[in-house]
Design a protein. Structure first.
Length: 422
């Protein structure tokens, strides 16, 4: 939360949220960058005071005017570089509604969001109905499957757009794109969702972005068919490295070698919190909504990587989060540079709430905690949900919190009935 707070910025048009603490030449007004908007909203949706996230969203969608020449935050247009990077902004905004119940807030921005979707349809639509994107415009430059100038149909932008269509109620477009993702991006030889190149062939590399369809609950098939894809997270030749999950499979000959003379950003294998938090969110969705698939996956899969994710967040002995890190040593690459300090391009608190403690705002009384089974007690307190204060606690013997044994939920201090999904 301390890192998130550092990036809340007061602007002439209201609150905004930055990604870098230092100015970047390619940023929009007020040093705003659109790449991590989805992460910013998913994390900030749990803040008790709504004014910060209200301001962040309003600045992006209506803050583009010049106070010196007139205009206001009601009539202003979207920020000029809102579409510089792919994003799941509408989807994330709806996830905020699930937490606070304020559908009117979402509806107030519906026309703005639909207009933004139309821009994407105009600028990034492929002839088959899918969307293309260069890896750099996904904020994931130098990928093994990608390129800064290629027009690939990637799991990123297509999953984002499908999720956005769903929450905007554009059912036909959602179903069409969802089917295209399953039909065209799933590769049987890889047993993975891959990137479809301009030559209509799947790039033969597994990359962490292949888990994004589950982030938005797109795969319709809940079966063991996808078991091996998820087990790549436990395979040391796959994505499992000492310091975290790699952005490309370690067995690939171009792993950490796709671009000579390491550039300032490298997505050909190093560990990126941006992708780690996306993948862990996707795994939480599997646990909540894919019972047949989750039943064949090891229960400790989430904790195996969340523990590494937590341990990675130190630098020179102090709490820290940067851009990306070496998969073996855990050393933050470019961490000595000011640009990478406390880099705000991922989630953590959201993963604690929805993953570790198992609170699902769509099904608030159905808890699926992914905390280690050998913990004797833990507690999440002060969670604001639909105007009520939620406490979730686990006390194996009932001797730590003195509220009883096992898993329980309190609403405004009063016990409530829950379903504990193992």
């Amino acid at each position: 939360w301390w890192t998130l707070r550092k990036h809340i910025k007061e602007t002439p048009v209201g609150y905004g949220m930055t990604e870098f603490l230092v100015d970047r030449s390619y940023a929009d007004k007020y040093n705003l960058i659109a790449c991590a908007i989805g992460h910013h909203i998913m994390e900030s949706r749990w803040l008790h005071d709504p004014k910060y996230l209200d301001g962040i969203v309003n600045t992006w969608l209506r803050g583009n005017f010049n106070p010196k020449t007139g205009g206001d935050s009601i009539n202003g247009g979207p920020m000029a570089k809102l579409d510089k990077f792919s994003s799941w902004m509408p989807y994330a905004m709806w996830q905020r509604v699930l937490v606070n119940g304020d559908t009117a807030w979402f509806e107030n921005y519906r026309k703005d969001l639909e207009s933004d979707m139309q821009r994407w349809e105009r600028d990034r639509n492929w002839k088959d109905g899918m969307f293309w994107q260069a890896d750099v415009k996904d904020g994931m430059e130098e990928q093994i499957s990608g390129g800064r100038k290629v027009r690939n149909r990637r799991p990123t932008i297509n999953s984002y757009m499908a999720g956005n269509y769903k929450v905007l109620g554009q059912t036909d477009r959602y179903e069409s794109l969802r089917n295209l993702i399953e039909q065209k991006l799933w590769d049987d030889s890889l047993a993975f969702f891959g990137t479809l190149t301009e030559k209509d062939s799947i790039a033969q590399v597994r990359e962490l972005i292949g888990y994004l369809p589950w982030y938005f609950r797109l795969p319709a098939d809940d079966s063991a068919k996808y078991k091996n894809a998820w087990l790549q997270l436990l395979d040391e030749s796959g994505f499992d490295a000492p310091a975290g999950m790699t952005t490309a499979e370690r067995r690939h000959p171009l792993f950490r070698k796709a671009y000579k003379g390491r550039p300032t950003c490298e997505w050909d294998g190093a560990v990126w919190p941006f992708a780690t938090s996306q993948t862990l969110t996707a795994l939480i969705q599997v646990q909540n909504y894919y019972p047949n698939l989750s039943a064949v996956l090891p229960k400790e899969l989430f904790w195996h990587h969340f523990k590494k994710y937590t341990e990675s967040m130190h630098f020179h002995g102090r709490p820290y989060v940067g851009e990306y890190l070496d998969e073996k040593t855990g050393y933050w690459l470019w961490g000595e540079q000011e640009r990478s300090r406390y880099y705000n391009h991922s989630t953590y608190n959201d993963l604690v709430i929805t993953g570790l403690c198992g609170f699902n705002p769509e099904q608030p009384t159905v808890l699926t905690p992914l905390a280690p089974e050998n913990w004797d007690y833990w507690c999440l307190d002060g969670l604001l949900y639909h105007g009520h204060t939620i406490t979730i606690l686990f006390d194996r013997y009932g001797t730590h919190y003195h509220q009883g044994k096992g898993l329980m939920m309190l609403v405004d201090g009063h016990p409530t009935d829950i379903t504990h999904r193992l």
